[in-house]
Design a protein around this ligand. Structure first.
Ligand SMILES: [Fe+2]
Length: 288
């Protein structure tokens, strides 16, 4: 078993982990230890790893069932990787005005990855290969921390609510025609618990972000006001951890209890190449 060196990054979330090689050291005890560290810190960065897609897919399988990309699936393909960045498979670069670059700006809104699925994502795993010299940070905030700061009355009020997450709704905010009818048909709106619980620790958190469209049974205006207010309460400056990516990093984050957003970068000036996989959650949140 590896001896993990764990250094917290921020009061609300995050740890930097050294003492483990993610290609060679993944015995069951180390995986179990990292898995518990995810429950405690929600965001983990492992610097100076040597990865490629094959190693990343093996790593992903050690932590769960890899989740197919919804975009590829909408096109009838099975693909576990998404590229975050502008570098294409042939090494060329897409600039700021390319429609794929604009589509990816949807990631600049606070969100939880794939929260629009009936079984939403658990972990996102990102391997960074090329990173811009300026800009391009990803900002993270903990909805567990937000929930813990609420009054007991407020917790009781929010606990039974159901929230509707909808991919077509969130993507229509950045690129109205970006979601094809074929893709939209595969991603109908889904119902989730607004308040989720960590199955191991019992800690509660909010399940919100850009895909959250409405509270079931509430008017659009009242829903919007609550959902916007909860995001605002989550992302106050003192609660945000900004991750500035370095090549060689592997990052895990827990989509059950974090929201994140890209800060954006100049795709005309810089190259960025990061590969993302995700693991599927345990099941629909309504059954948690
Ligand atoms: Fe994301």
């Amino acid at each position: 078993m590896s001896k993990l060196d764990i250094r917290p990054l921020h009061a609300d979330l995050g740890a930097r982990i050294t003492g483990v090689n993610l290609r060679t050291d993944l015995d069951d005890a180390t995986v179990a230890q990292i898995r518990m560290t995810v429950d405690d810190y929600a965001f983990l960065v492992f610097p100076n790893q040597e990865m490629d897609d094959a190693a990343q897919l093996s790593l992903t399988r050690r932590f769960g069932e890899p989740e197919p990309s919804h975009v590829a699936k909408g096109e009838g393909k099975l693909e576990y990787f998404g590229t975050i960045g502008n570098v294409q498979p042939d090494g060329t670069v897409l600039g700021n005005t390319h429609k794929k670059t604009i589509f990816l700006t949807g990631n600049n809104m606070w969100h939880s990855d794939a929260s629009f699925k009936e079984t939403p994502a658990f972990l996102s795993i990102m391997c960074a290969y090329e990173t811009p010299a300026e800009g391009g940070a990803t900002l993270f905030a903990s909805t567990r921390s937000t929930f813990s700061r609420l009054s007991d009355d407020r917790k009781d009020e929010l606990d039974p609510l159901i929230v509707i997450h909808d991919y077509v709704y969130s993507r229509s905010k950045v690129a109205p025609d970006a979601v094809s009818p074929q893709l939209a048909a595969t991603l109908p709106p889904v119902r989730h618990k607004l308040v989720r619980r960590n199955p191991r620790t019992g800690a509660r958190n909010l399940f919100i972000g850009s895909h959250a469209k409405a509270i079931e049974g509430w008017s659009d205006a009242k829903s919007r006001a609550l959902l916007d207010e909860l995001v605002e309460e989550t992302v106050g400056d003192e609660h945000v951890y900004a991750h500035r990516w370095q090549p060689g990093e592997v990052v895990f984050w827990d989509n059950r209890c974090l929201i994140h957003r890209g800060e954006g970068y100049d795709a005309d000036k810089y190259r960025r190449y990061m590969r993302q996989t995700r693991t599927r959650g345990d099941g629909p949140t309504l059954g948690e």
